[in-house]
Design a binder for this molecule. Sequence first.
Ligand SMILES: [Zn+2]
Length: 392
Amino acid sequence: MEQKKAYKYRFYPSDEQKRILAQTFGCCRYVYNWALRQRTDAYYQHGERLYYEHTAQRLVRLKKQQDTVWLKEVSSVPLQQALRNLDRAFRNFFEGRAAYPTFKKKRHQQSATYASNAFTCNRQALTLAKMDAPLSIVWHRPLPDGCKPSSVTITKDEAERYFVSILVEEDINVLEVTPKMVGLDLGLKSMVITSDGHTHGNPKFAARDEKKLAQAQRRHAKKKKGSQNRAKARLKVARLHKKIADRRRDYQQKLSTRIIRENQVVCLESLQVKHMVKNHCLAKAISDVGWSEFVRQLEYKADWYGRTVVKIDKWYPSSKRCFDCGHILDSLSLDVRSWTCPECGVVHDRDINAAKNVLAAGLAVAACGEAVRPGAVKTKSGKPQRSRKASQ
Ligand SMILES: [Zn+2]
């Protein structure tokens, strides 16, 4: 079964390529922000909803105007793609997955997406529209044989590093079915606790580099605004941030792959990190751990490999419920690491007990679609989708 998969590589542009990319990023940002303004104004001033098609038509007119004629100097494909990205941001907003789209800033990560008509990719030579030479890419792993990239996204991050992400359709083999199932609980001391009693360390990446980062931030704050030194200090802060993020993502990727490979069904709580981050004591630890990104990885890997991820209601009392007898405590404060059930006398490790409850609740949901709390359970399953498509 064909799945979309992105391969990301670092590359080092020539000065000429840097110039073209800078211009393209600038135009994409301009078009994105312009269209966001158009859509917002249309709605608030005329109660009208604009979609991709409308903004694409208006873009054609915009490029003919005297003061924005410079938009014609870059490839038109990434500009249309910027409108599509905005369309997706709006869809995510309307469907409750994200906040209202915001303007893109020059200082943040820059990106430009090229559809298949705006680049050529022969073996390992990738050349973008308006460029003469292929990008100098570090191919740390090869693209799958005979694949046809459907789009290419170029990014330049805050630490001024360039990456290319190549989207390909790839045949991913479903893993052999295994009887193993697991419940996961999100911990603060350990990132993931599994129902079979394993803890996967909390690699507090930010904490490790926190001192360095704090020092760099102080130095940055002291520099005179607009000075060359301030720009340098800002870059240093950005590099540290990126280093921390890279290390965290690497760890999460390895762990999510391992959990999906080893288990047929993975049950977890759908924590709404957004709300938990508002709680100050927990905020830092939770955003450090990056739970939501981890869950996202588990879900798409489950889709690839024919596994099932079951999410249970975050209000299910997984920590307070005794796994052995079902007794539910009135309260259990966060600092209590282990407790004794007043009903049956079993001593519980807080997190392992929670993970066991998550697994039991998740299996109930997966087995018969039973709601742990009616109307509040969402399940996401990789397997049924796969078999449906296969039978068509
Ligand atoms: Zn009990």
